[in-house]
Ligand binder design. Structure first.
Ligand code: ADE
Ligand code: ZN
Length: 328
């Protein structure tokens, strides 16, 4: 099994329909259906917003520290079985605080899950606090200030939720503050927004990684820059299919071109409970569709560690493990 880092996964997007139902029952929260199979049948999306509507509605079931713990443990267990050795997990703090949950409840549940998973399997994991772009720039800055008492419990900030109409330029203050706090910075860009969103994320937010970045491929100058600067792109093939942010045939996915352009791309699951699978499922699907070779799979696995926020020596050790696994 190839060792992998997973860098683009929303922990809330790993809440399987069965867990949604179990937590709804545990907490007495209303759901449109308590039949997990029926809930899952509703997971058919036309675009990002149609997914987000269902995703946010389901998050009302998360109420207690134990809920966040169970959510985190379930993902980390599943990810370990897929070869994930390092996970940098997004979480949507604003959704939970807007649902009346204390930030401490979210942090304590998730960080306890990370500590226990590490103790039992050795997986390394950390949290990245994502700002919800549709709640605006001032809310993002206020959220970061309110999270600073928990500064040692997350390693970076990200930017997610509805992209169109909410360009990175709205979030310069929040990202400046994050930089001053020594936090890593990433942002979703080029998922539905155009190449300009990717440029703004780089130039105005100072991001270390771009999440998705697919639409950067429309702009040759930007592609050259991403290659020259080796900007990591965290690509999510099954997400792109489910949200129609890539052509309907996975064989036409931009990953092939990204690889041939020499971009620093990795494969990730985004919201595995909604888009048809975890990181291993994404690898299986894209490998079959693009006929990726063992060498290319090794490049993608090495890229995942290179793109991570692990210390340089740990990145090198993991790349060595990948090379050994490829040559075995
Ligand atoms: N939040 C959860 N998943 C997301 C995605 N794919 N894009 C933007 N925001 C998200
Ligand atoms: Zn995402």
């Amino acid at each position: 099994m190839l060792p992998l880092a997973e860098l683009h996964m929303h922990i809330e997007g790993s809440m399987e329909a069965e867990l949604v139902v179990a937590l709804a029952r545990r907490n007495g929260v209303d759901l449109p259906t308590y039949d997990a199979a029926e809930l899952k049948r509703r997971y058919r999306f036309d675009d990002l917003q149609s997914f987000l509507d269902i995703y946010y509605a389901n998050l009302a079931v998360l109420r207690t520290e134990e809920d966040f713990y169970d959510l985190g443990r379930a993902y980390l267990t599943r990810a370990t079985s897929a070869g994930v050795r390092r996970a940098e997990m997004f979480f949507d703090l604003q959704t939970h605080t807007n649902n009346g949950i204390a930030a401490a409840t979210v942090f304590c549940g998730l960080t306890a899950a990370i500590a226990d998973a590490r103790a039992s399997t050795g997986i390394s994991a950390d949290l990245i606090l994502c700002f919800l772009r549709d709640l605006g720039g001032d809310a993002a800055t206020a959220t970061l200030r309110s999270a600073l008492p928990f500064r040692d419990q997350f390693i970076g900030v990200g930017l997610d939720s509805a992209e169109l109409g909410y360009p990175p330029s709205l979030f310069t203050d929040a990202f400046r503050l994050a930089g001053a706090e020594g936090l890593h910075r990433v942002a979703h860009a080029g998922e539905e927004g155009g190449p300009d969103y990717v440029r703004e994320a780089l130039d105005l937010l100072g991001v270390d990684r771009v999440d998705h970045g697919n639409r950067a491929m429309e702009d040759a100058d930007l592609v050259a820059r991403l290659r020259d600067e080796q900007v990591p792109l965290t690509v999510c093939p099954l997400s792109n299919l489910a949200l129609k942010t890539a052509p309907p045939r996975l064989g036409d996915h931009p990953l092939r071109q990204m690889l041939s352009e020499g971009l620093l791309v990795s494969i990730n699951s985004d919201d595995p409970a909604y888009f048809g699978g975890y990181i291993d499922d994404n690898f299986s699907a894209i490998t079959a569709a693009l006929a990726l070779t063992p060498v290319e799979l090794g490049v993608l696995a090495e890229n995942s560690f290179t793109s991570s926020f692990l210390p340089e020596a740990e990145k090198e050790a993991m790349r060595l493990e990948v090379r050994r696994a490829v040559s075995d």
